[in-house]
Design a protein around this ligand. Structure first.
Ligand SMILES: O=CC(=O)O
Length: 329
């Protein structure tokens, strides 16, 4: 504040975001927004230029927020608000060191992401993309007793790796399909798992006993590459593998081997490494692998609410007040 007049703070936004978020920022009258006005990612050089002297940064999960970005921003930086629940794209140690607060968007995307996970699981297990292609290319010759058969949830065992907010929402939705046993693994047993009759088991037990293995954990040093050759070799060869968390939890070469050798039945992925997955990637040659372009939270309503929440997190960080969703780390 100079002469009693409050200085307008500077904010950089790394992409076009839903207007619900932009409106909150413009109406607040506390910051001057500069925006990478595109649906495509900001080039690294533009990001480094854009954050210069910024008090606030609103970013996406596709922006790598590392030491270089923090240094480029400089000492003004008070807050980073990410339009995501995941925060593996940010160098948290470096952010903490600099006393920068972080906002994120948990809860508001839980239902949309759980819904997408169920959709992907059913599409993968019942081979929907293959069926759609056959109808269009004339492969549908007649009703055949053994054609396009897959796997059903009724009487099955489902294993959820990471029974957090989203994992629990997935479990709640899957149970009514007639799931017999709901296993989960993670760092700790959860008391709320009782609602879905969840059994806390060692990862090995989950992997070897489940008909559906659903990955819903955060990407951390502990979960990076968790689903590897050893993991897939313990799965049933009739089992379905689903990942809607982060691509790097999976060793994709090992997954390719498991799918192409018949070690496991099929896989549905909403997340990959890298993103986008190159169109000539081996996984995309497999009929038993369904890959989606990271659309877990992609409903109009959810994305609008995420934009609102990330704008309000940013404003609170600028003004030094309580954030609606502050990441405590
Ligand atoms: O992957 C999406 C998110 O982290 O919000």
């Amino acid at each position: 504040s100079i002469g009693g007049r409050t200085e307008i703070m500077k904010v950089f936004i790394t992409r076009r975001i839903p207007q619900e978020g932009m409106k909150i920022l413009s109406q607040a009258g506390v910051c001057k927004v500069s925006l990478w006005d595109s649906d495509e990612p900001v080039p690294r050089a533009e990001l480094l230029k854009g954050v210069e002297g910024a008090h606030g940064l609103l970013c996406l999960l596709s922006d790598k927020i590392d030491t270089e970005v923090l240094e480029a921003a400089g000492p003004n930086l008070k807050v980073i608000s990410t339009l995501s629940v995941g925060f593996d794209h940010m160098a948290m140690d470096e952010i903490k060191k600099r006393g920068v607060r972080v906002g994120y968007t948990p809860d508001v995307l839980t239902d949309a992401t759980a819904e997408l996970t169920v959709a992907l699981l059913l599409a993968t297990a019942r081979r929907l993309p293959e069926g759609v292609v056959e109808v269009k290319n004339g492969g549908w010759s007649t009703w055949k007793p053994l054609w396009l058969c897959g796997y059903g949830l009724s009487g099955s065992t489902v294993g959820v790796i990471g029974l957090g907010r989203i994992g629990m929402a997935i479990a709640r939705r899957l149970k009514p399909f007639g799931v017999k046993r709901l296993l989960y693994s993670g760092r700790t047993a959860k008391s709320y798992a009782a609602e879905v009759e969840g059994e806390y088991v060692p990862l090995d037990t989950l992997v070897s006993e489940s008909d559906f293995v659903v990955v819903s954990c955060a990407l951390t040093p502990e979960t990076q590459g968790l689903c590897n050759k050893d993991f897939f070799s313990k799965m049933k060869n009739t089992a379905v593998f689903i990942n809607t968390s982060r691509g790097a939890v999976v060793n994709q070469e090992d997954l390719y081997q498991a799918l192409s050798s018949g070690q496991i039945a099929c896989a549905g992925l909403d997340v990959t490494t890298p993103e986008p997955l190159p169109t000539d990637h081996p996984l995309l040659t497999l009929k038993n692998c369904v890959v989606l372009p990271h659309i877990g939270s992609a409903t109009y309503s959810t994305r609008g609410i995420m934009a609102e929440l990330s704008a309000n997190n940013l404003l609170a960080g600028l003004q030094g007040t309580d954030m609606p969703s502050e990441l405590k780390f």
